[in-house]
Ligand binder design. Sequence first.
Ligand code: DAH
Length: 330
Amino acid sequence: MPFTAAEVEKLVEDAESKIGSCSSLQGLTELRSQLMGKKSELSGFLRELGSLPKEQRELSGQLLNAAKKTLEDAVSVRRDALQELSRSQSLQRHRTDVTLPGVKFPSGSLHPVTLVERDMVNFFQSLGYSIEDGPEVDTDYNNFGALNFPDDHPARDTQDTFFVSGDQVLRTHTSNVQVRAMRGKTPPFRFVAPGRVYRHDLDPTHYPMFHQIEAFCVGSDVTFADLKGTLYAFARHLFGADVKLRFRAHFFPFTEPSAEMDFWWQDRWLEWGGCGMIHPTVLRNCEIDPQKYQGFAFGMGIDRTAMLKFGIPNIHRLFEGDIRILGQLK
Ligand code: DAH
């Protein structure tokens, strides 16, 4: 007999011990082909089977097949164990310690002017006003002419206009939206228009870009009392139920009569904005018949309100983009 049962047993024993101590999946694949591949001792034995006398062949065949199955099983058990080990090692490596303090990402916030502007617009929407938008670069006509500023009138100077080119200006107020929104529309309607405006003016209380909100309401029975009622409701919404307002007669080319209004804040009067009944000429310029319809309008700065609400003393702080300051104003 070319191989003995003891040799096969020894082969199996050695192989099992190698398999058992193999420490990597790749090593195991290599080991398997060493132990069971074409050049392995076991394959050698299997090849010898053919040369055995018939009566030995069956028994030896069974012996070798059993040996082969034992080795296959051992490899498969080891493979499972190594796979399990590598899985648990990888889990361990990527383990998340949920008790560690988290990483804080800085969170953004809305700009104080945006917060106040949204609050104002929401208030007017609750009164049934629609939001109207207008361009920041507009024609001299929409910013001045249609609003009844005569050519070469000194009132244009009071607005410290930035001229862009030709008849284009940076709008000096949101009143340009009055002209754009009203033109050709049939009353009744009411609009609110917030936005950026520009004037050549720079000191601690002025900035060349600032924000205004404009509101106007046109219908067949609109009176100055409606204007005052609306402004009082608006002021109460912004500054509280006990707010005091003061109206001073004033001049604007686009309203008649006109007034400036102030509100009482802490211990003094603060200028709040301008208002009045829309001038018949402005209505006519917008193709609205002033015999049939009247309207009121008012406009005020938004930035001032944001400064009061957030206790910011200098308007420049609002627009310098200093994230440390803006971060305090959430
Ligand atoms: N446009 C004016 C300004 O910027 C403010 C203003 C006054 C708006 C009276 C109005 C108004 O709508 O009726 O100074």
